[in-house]
Design a protein around this ligand. Sequence first.
Ligand SMILES: [Zn+2]
Length: 88
Amino acid sequence: MRRTPRSRKLRRVYVRTPGGRTVVHYEKRKHDVPKCAICKRPLNGFPKLRTKDLRKGHRPPSRIFGGYLCHQCLEKFIVEKVISSYQK
Ligand SMILES: [Zn+2]
């Protein structure tokens, strides 16, 4: 049996060697920068693309919905909820 990864967890890159062979290199898949769930703008506190250490710089805000909504959308969301709760 061939000892090759069957899962597609890793990206397959076909590399031409100097000897003329084509070999498969397995690389990590690229991911996109997390974006705000409402306005789709990229969130702060996450590593930018093409950095070596992906965990470096991973510090999303520790507030509620931090790393999911941006601060502007969160403020709007909370204000809307408070206003609607008083109107009942
Ligand atoms: Zn937003």
